[in-house]
Design a binder for this molecule. Sequence first.
Ligand code: XMP
Length: 317
Amino acid sequence: DWTAASYVETSVRELKEKLGDDKVLLGLSGGVDSSVAAMLLHRAIGGNLVCIFVDMGLLRKDEFESVMESYQGMGLNVIGVRAGDKFLADLRGVTDPERKRKIIGRDFIEVFDAEAIKLKDIKWLAQGTIYPDVIESISSGGPSVTIKSHHNVGGLPEKMNLKIVEPLRLLFKDEVRRIGRELEVPEKILSRHPFPGPGLGIRILGEVTAERVRILQEADKIFIDGLREWDLYNKVWQAGVMLLPVQSVGVMGDERTYESCVALRAVASTDGMTADWVHLPYEFLAKVSNDIINKVRGINRVVYDISSKPPATIEWE
Ligand code: XMP
């Protein structure tokens, strides 16, 4: 019968045999899968695992620092790359969702590769692929309509001619979490909501600018911290805030305002393929809405997204 402890033991033994003294490169995203894959490999080959964590400038507020700290606490050898300026420059003036996704995906690979090329003697590229990703890529092999071009961590430096190792390839998400617990990956990482590869870039409808990233990060922090404080975070599969390309009239004191609007989104789901909007308590929504409008300069209106998937997707872009 399957236990996390026995899986880890077998898997560590197999990885040791397969990898020997080779050096392995892994792209970390701050998410569950890549973090657990890293810890499993670290258990097997220690310092021969080198990780790269790219900050695209599109993470949640303070997330880069907080995740880097967790990774260092886990003993991982991780190179943090701050590349926000490049992404912002390349996204200037772009409003089309698919163009945004393509630019972010391409820039990510460029930054990752530029860093990877500097490393010596790397033989393997490790990926945090899990079983549902394997299934998805097999079943989406035929011609079909692209709803969203997906982006994930793991640009492949072709010049480096790397072999691929995917230690979580046969596991489902709940199994990955159990193995993560066994490996003492911090609960903060294991219980994290899913977060899209392109980050806040696809939650900022319209142009992505430094100022709009700041506005969204602040609103998002109030919403997510609020969910934690009200003990709702773990009851929701995924939550986030969308910054809309809409301004509306408001009044603040005696002044007329004409500022941005955000939409809060919180969904229940098991796999992200379908999702229902969550009936968050009115008192909670009222508190979050007040806090956002009072504290975040540039927002004067908050709405709640009550659409389910299908037909509405979880992310707005
Ligand atoms: P949608 O918006 O298609 O999202 O209903 C379903 C789930 O996938 C996440 N998502 C992504 N994850 N790269 C990812 O790794 C991506 O490009 C991407 N786009 C959407 C989304 O957050 C939700 O959990």
